[in-house]
Design a protein around this ligand. Structure first.
Ligand code: FCB
Length: 413
């Protein structure tokens, strides 16, 4: 893969890195998801357990990220560790994340800090989770604690990860906790998440006016399976509105940057099955797919980027990745998606970062340990880390886009 560094339009301080989330890598968490995992509903009845042992091994993992040319790293703080009981903050847990942040800065990795990545303390679950309005104020109190204790170490904040995915998987398709299939609950949850995001935005900015606050918005590229077909077109518009547009319209004025998590291209085809199932995603049989059967469609990232142009906000790709155990797809996957970012920048979009999902193999919410998303392979028996060849390819790409740049935060060849 060749990039002409003389014509590279990536800004000198472009953030290159990878993302993780606490529950998926840390190990030994105790939250609503670990409780749910005990019901045996994860594939092969797996439980997150010690996961990657990242809570203890974060220094080793960040050293690998550094070695791989990254200059940024996205991770999440686990609310259930910080506030295991209402209003009772665990100072040792806060200190842990202080060490995490100090280590990232020491290595020259810009932290992007997610405050909520799907998991809730058990006491939040017990009071009805996100359907209870009280959870908004509780979240605000937790955010205030992080702002006060760790805010001096954080510039880039991600308040929430994929609130629309959480709501639809938890309350509509209902195969994620809290598994409450109920449209009213879904509506309450998403409304409360909007308010919680806005509250967090204000709390962060009140104390740190220069902070950059965003959301990791999951944006899909929806298409009409039969382009000229009116019903397919209508479905496309409907799905785009409810999955992509509604949330952004509610929150864009409190996002200093738009985080974009891009995974899915869905061609939609009208098919009357029943009142709640009006369509079926239609993946062409010959399309390249990941180990999870997700179609690989880099063009969709370009379309998603173009679709957010009207918001006129800086953009960070907060997640984009592929499950690929034998690593035969990943290098091209990253190259082709970064090419879409390059194209977007050349056409005037202000894209400022790209975080590959994920730095490490990790525990996937319902699929368990089988999907392998990592730039770094994890042996779950020994916890040994092994860098995959595609991670070196990504490093080369970063170097090529950064070459002849003098910025101190640029990776070196
Ligand atoms: C995203 C999630 C992330 C990970 C990837 C594969 O939707 O934000 O935690 O599970 O999918």
């Amino acid at each position: 893969m060749f990039v002409d560094s003389r014509t590279s339009r990536f800004p000198t301080n472009f953030l290159w890195g990878a993302a993780t989330s606490a529950h998926q890598v840390e190990g030994n968490n105790h939250n609503d998801w670990t409780e749910w995992e005990k019901l045996g509903l994860v594939k092969s009845r797996e439980q997150s357990g010690r996961a990657c042992g990242h809570y203890e091994r974060f220094r080793e993992d960040f050293a690998l990220a550094k070695e791989l040319g990254h200059n940024a790293h996205r991770f999440s703080i686990e609310w259930s560790r910080i506030e295991p009981r209402p209003g009772r903050f665990d100072l040792a847990a806060i200190d842990h994340y202080r060490q995490v942040l100090v280590e990232l800065h020491r290595l020259g990795l810009e932290p992007l800090v997610t405050l909520w990545h799907f998991t809730n303390p058990i006491w939040i679950r017990n009071q009805g989770g996100w359907t209870n309005r009280r959870t908004i104020d509780d979240f605000g109190r937790y955010v205030q604690a992080i702002v006060d204790q760790l805010g001096h170490l954080i510039t880039h904040w991600v308040t929430l990860n994929e609130p629309t995915v959480y709501t639809s998987h938890g309350y509509i398709s209902a195969y994620w906790p809290p598994q409450k299939k109920n449209y009213l609950s879904a509506w309450q949850a998403i409304r409360n998440l909007v308010t919680a995001h806005r509250l967090a935005y204000q709390i962060i900015h009140r104390r740190w006016p220069a902070a950059k606050v965003g959301v990791a918005n999951n944006l899909n590229d929806f298409a009409a399976a039969r382009p000229g077909h009116l019903l397919d077109q209508g479905l496309r518009a409907w799905a785009d509105f409810w999955h992509n547009r509604w949330w952004l319209n509610q929150t864009y004025d409190t996002q200093d940057f738009l985080g974009i998590n891009y995974y899915f291209h869905h061609p939609l085809r009208w098919r009357w099955v029943g009142p709640t199932k009006l369509f079926a995603p239609q993946t062409p049989p010959a399309a390249p797919q990941s180990d999870l059967g997700w179609e690989i469609y880099p063009t969709g990232l370009g379309l998603v980027l173009e679709s957010v142009r009207p918001y006129q906000l800086p953009i960070i790709i907060s997640e984009n990745g592929v499950a690929d155990a034998d690593d035969h797809l990943r290098a091209a996957f990253i190259r082709d998606h970064v090419a879409q970012v390059d194209h977007a920048i050349r056409h005037g979009l202000d894209v400022r970062g790209y975080c590959y999902w994920s730095l490490l193999d990790n525990f996937e919410w319902r699929e368990g340990f089988t999907p392998r998303f990592g730039l770094v392979e994890v042996d779950y028996h020994t916890l040994k880390r092994t860098i995959r060849p595609s991670a070196h390819a990504y490093r080369q790409l970063i170097v090529q886009h950064s070459r002849s740049r003098s910025s101190s935060s640029s990776p070196t060849a």
